[in-house]
Write a protein of this length. Structure first.
Length: 184
């Protein structure tokens, strides 16, 4: 059972990386969720219930990383969902766009003394594109090709595909049509 839960968490992490999180520029009231695993576990599959001494660095559009002054990391529910945490995106520079730019990538690098470092990617955009991003992304996990060896969960020959064309005026409709064609 523990192995199954760990495999599900790994797949959730991979899928969350395929779907870009999106925050509107200037919105410092948002939180991003992530899963943290114990540093002491050689396999990296044991979730932790609390984070000790969190350090968060962020980079806007590939620029020099900046350390968050006071990162706020909270456990969502350490009993029912151990390892699931929320980071408050509460520093104005994290969600500030350069002049003339409509969207940038905010890369987060979350580390702690007791957890494995977690990288996250968040899109910061002038307009809230979250609905369009989610509806125009296609993620597929080929469950028939997942192996579950005795000690480590491996996603052998797993296909994860992201389709998103921000220049296409009808990206949402085209992605949904592609899904329908693949299902039929």
């Amino acid at each position: 059972m523990k192995r199954l839960v760990s495999m599900i968490l790994v797949v959730m992490l991979i899928c969350s990386m395929a779907f870009a999180l999106n925050i509107k520029a200037g919105d410092t009231s948002r939180k991003v969720c992530f899963v943290a695993y114990a540093k002491t576990d050689a396999n990296g599959i044991t979730p932790i219930t609390s984070i000790t001494d969190p350090n968060v660095f962020y980079s806007i559009d590939g620029n020099t990383p900046v350390k968050m002054t006071t990162p706020t990391v909270t456990a969502i529910d350490s009993t029912n969902t151990p390892g699931l945490f929320a980071l408050s995106i509460d520093e104005p520079n994290m969600v500030r766009l350069p002049t003339g730019v409509n969207q940038v990538d905010l890369m987060l690098y979350i580390s702690s003394t007791n957890g494995i470092t977690v990288p996250l990617q968040v899109a910061v955009s002038r307009d809230n594109l979250a609905k369009a991003d989610v509806n125009s992304c296609v993620v597929g996990v080929d469950w028939s090709r997942i192996e579950e060896p005795n000690s480590v969960v491996r996603l052998k020959n797993t296909t994860i595909r992201r389709v998103f064309d921000p220049n296409n005026q009808n990206a949402e409709g085209n992605a949904l049509d592609a899904i329908r064609r693949n299902v039929q």
